[in-house]
Design a protein around this ligand. Structure first.
Ligand SMILES: [Fe+2]
Length: 227
């Protein structure tokens, strides 16, 4: 796996490319850790859909709003605004709810509790409103969501659902969102320069979000395992 550092003598474009390569590797490793879909029981399939929903439904727009509040460059704010407009205008939470109801996988208290510790860590990270680390996190989030959609759609179909608007919109249309957020990240990095704060924490949110995604997959918190 690549492990680029934030401080580099490389031009900004190259620096963003190396961050993008690292984030793609994180996504590759996450997706490779998923069990073969045919080996999952109906209850295990339901659990992944439910935990994904418990995380995404009430938090995605909130965290993207955090990215907007943190961003300092006009370029990044404009890109995030377009993203938020689509989320709100087309009500992606309503779209996700239709998807999860059709798969009969509404989150229960057990599902919410399973993701709660890692979810809390990401919330606290977002609350610090550090521009470059937040943009790196949301760029990673968008690209991971986009690449996870075929698996999520397959899970739902195996649960008897034929509702695929959410997975189609986020699997195809979010390619543009994902690219846009990398441009936003580049704009924020250009404005921040090689500040010490950004250097230290560039991947902090990415790694917290990775742990949260792992808890979506497994139903277990990495923090509980470490305790
Ligand atoms: Fe969305």
């Amino acid at each position: 796996m690549h492990s680029p550092t934030f401080v580099s003598i490389a031009p900004k474009g190259t620096q963003t490319d190396s961050i993008k390569a690292y984030l793609e590797d994180v996504t590759d490793t996450l997706l490779a850790s998923l069990p073969a879909i045919g080996t999952l029981s109906a209850d295990e399939r339901r659990g992944i859909i439910a935990r994904y929903t418990a995380v995404l439904e009430g938090n995605f727009i909130y965290w993207m709003t955090g990215a907007y509040l943190a961003a300092r460059s006009e370029a990044a704010r404009s890109i995030i605004t377009d993203n938020l407009l689509e989320e709100v205008r087309d009500s992606h939470p309503a779209m996700l709810r239709r998807f999860v109801v059709a798969a009969d996988a509404l989150p229960t208290d057990t599902d919410a509790i399973a993701v709660a510790p890692d979810l809390n860590e990401v919330r606290l990270f977002i609350g610090r409103l550090s521009p470059v680390p937040i943009l790196a996190t949301m760029a990673f989030f968008e690209s991971w969501i986009q690449r996870f959609m075929p698996y999520l759609e397959d899970l739902a179909q195996r649960q008897g659902s034929s509702e695929n608007e959410y997975t189609q919109v986020h699997g195809v249309c979010d390619i543009a969102h994902s690219e846009g957020l990398f441009h936003a990240l580049q704009a924020e990095m250009a404005l921040a320069g090689n500040s010490h704060e950004s250097e230290k924490s560039l991947y902090e949110g990415v790694h917290l979000l990775r742990a949260l995604i792992e808890s979506i997959f497994t139903g277990r918190s990495s923090m509980a395992l470490a305790a």
